[in-house]
Design a protein around this ligand. Sequence first.
Ligand code: PNW
Length: 487
Amino acid sequence: MKDLTRRQFGTVAAAAAALAGTSLPKFAFGQASQADQGADHNSVRKFPEGFLWGCATASYQIEGGAKEGGRGPSNWDIFSHTPGKTHNGDTGDVADDSYHLYKTDVQLLKNLGVQTYRMSLSWSRIFPEGKGQANAAGLDYYNRVIDELLANNITPYVTLFHWDLPAALKGGWQSRDTSKAFGDYAAYVAQNLSDRVTHFMTTNEFVCFTDLGYQVGQFAPGLKLPLKDVCQIRHHGILAHGLGVQAIRANAKGPVQVGLAENAQVFAPVIETEEHIRAAQRATRLMNAPFLTALMEGKYIDEYLHQIGPNAPKVEAGDFAAIGSPLDFVGHNVYQPAYVSAANTPIGFTIEKLPDSYPHMFSPWITLGPEAVYWAIRNVCDLWHPKAMFITENGCSSDDKLTPDGKINDIDRLMFLRNSLTHLHRAAAEGYPIKGYFLWSLLDNYEWADGYSKRFGIHYVDFKTEKRYPKLSAEWYGEVIKQNAVV
Ligand code: PNW
């Protein structure tokens, strides 16, 4: 190799690659591979028996049918129809048209071989006004979807709130009444679906529908309120979750498993040594204080209250009894880590700034760091010992191009997912109670403020014809599921 320049080596590698498609003799390099000696390469990459594989989606991102079946408008209908709020003015009016094409989508799931499917309900389809009179046609749509899943041996995992809030609820999450309305909605869903649905998630990603909606303004309703309001809004978010957990348990027709899907910030130690591992743990607890930490500990920790000072929310008696309700599982959405090192400061850690050269996927915020999956599980388990965990979302956008023969070779997504699963496998192998994995997403869909410009699916969707095409990553995921192993 010494005498080869890099450029020459590249040429040699390219020539080898060109030859690889032809019939190079097996022992070209003079060695029998382990496979030839009968080794099972996948045995060390196998997941525990019964590990659940699934895909995830969300109502506003895939359904369309915005005005059909008596659905009331949501905050996202209003936000996406407001000029300048979303890429290209894109809306979820039609999206993947899963409102009509749900049977096609269930077949895609079936072809993958998944055991589970994480979907969300549009609250304003079921309660067009957010509360009061329920809309039978809205519930019926979900009855049809759920029955279709069950008929195909796929277990639905249902999220009650994935950001599409009924527009009729005055003040949105600024109002404590919205948390109460959520509890009533959860009760109704449990009464009507729990004969067939046994796994529920209350809310998806608190920070996205509170801070990003009401402080940053990037998501619906697009406000930029001061911190005091934001702290109150965060409180209403976690209160809704707590009231939802209580309502589901009180109204379920049989045994149910209740959790949530949360995107707690994931902290990985810069180097895997005791001091940095402890720093990552401290960061996990402190940086997620308004949300997951509050749920798991049934209180706002002192450090958070100290940090927000006079902006602390008004908390009523009984709030934390609901918020701290024990959960059957913690669902964790994972996209990227932050790296943490130990520091001799009162908080005891430093969050490292990423160099400009740090790589990312097609969405710039998805910086690469597959060990996030492992540390998400380990930090939460070591801190709070949940009974079970799921990765409720993991995936990435890719600049997918449909070739004339209908193929999408999303090698970068495959790289991202395969590495994520390697770290998921580590968590399972070390005995953490990780029970399943939901890939985000089954389909390209409405990516919120990014509109249709970012594709996260393992099936490509032609948004003009609504035709679905499996990408290379779908073929790969099917193989993962078949072998129950990282492939
Ligand atoms: C999650 N960020 O959202 C959501 O649960 C999905 O609905 C969404 O499509 C998916 O991830 C991919 O974006 C996030 O900017 C959106 O940090 C943005 C961020 C995080 C999560």
